[in-house]
Ligand binder design. Sequence first.
Ligand SMILES: Nc1ncnc2c1ncn2[C@@H]1O[C@H](COP(=O)(O)OP(=O)(O)O)[C@@H](O)[C@H]1O
Ligand SMILES: [Mg+2]
Length: 308
Amino acid sequence: MAFCLQIDDLHLALRAARKRPARLILRGIDLRIGAGEVHALVGESGAGKSMVGRTVLGIAPPEMQVMSGSVRFQGIDWLGMKASARRQYLGRDITLIPQDPLTALNPGHTIGAQVGDVLRLHLKLDAAQAAARALELLDAVQIRSPATVLRQYPHELSGGMRQRVLIAIAFACKPKLIIADEPTTALDVTVQRQVLRLLRDLQRNEGAAVLFITHNLGLVAKLCDSVSVIHSGRIVEQGDVGAIIEAPRTAYTRSLFAATPRYDRPAESLRPIEPQVTDALWAEAKSYDLTWWPTRAAAEAARRAARG
Ligand SMILES: Nc1ncnc2c1ncn2[C@@H]1O[C@H](COP(=O)(O)OP(=O)(O)O)[C@@H](O)[C@H]1O
Ligand SMILES: [Mg+2]
């Protein structure tokens, strides 16, 4: 059986001006997610988490270029696919739960119109069917008085409510893969917990695989099956969540844990990440800053040379 998502040796570079060194944003990402599996991608801000998600969705910024590697969705060569073919899957089989629930919804349309659009576009429902299904979906994300909310505009809802709507949209077409990019970071802590519980319950019922992007290692244990720890565009540790929490293999993962607040530990036990832990990782990252690669083939050659 093909993996739901399989990323092999993905290199993503920030295009530089001619003759300037290119910056590698992702450096050989390998990642596999089985059907129905929840995989966490954890790392500090700027590590490259969102760029992994955006490359999978095909929405990396235009100034970034995939230099080598592959992304497969259910065995299909995803990056090799035409953008028009990819759009058939996006929003239906692969969906996104974004970080910022305010900007992700269109302020000029009602919630009902936005949920309904997805259902009409991807599932070809007519207006009446879409309205009925939208009601069910809002009910499934535990929005009280869903009929009222369907007539409301995003600004009339709280952040938590808006994120529930976005979760409803993400699950609307029974997706195979959901990219959840810091889905609760913009919410306050109590709402965060409710939204995460909801996300986990829906995921279990629907059996969707999730790439759960977060900087909070504390959330990973409750929610995820497996985890990749990323630093400066490279995965430093990967495996089963239980095993990694039990016995992190790298100093970086250990210090990330020590820097993560936990409900079962007093706040004063928090320790910042020691510079010596990250110095080596940064030095290694810098050695990757190559001169500008004109082609994928040249990138492959440069990378092989850099690896020796
Ligand atoms: N549009 C952009 N142009 C140039 N650099 C960017 C852009 N977006 C992100 N970056 C850089 O790419 C790196 C990875 O960013 P990102 O994936 O957003 O990090 P994370 O999600 O882990 O916080 C960062 O070093 C960031 O500065
Ligand atoms: Mg991010």
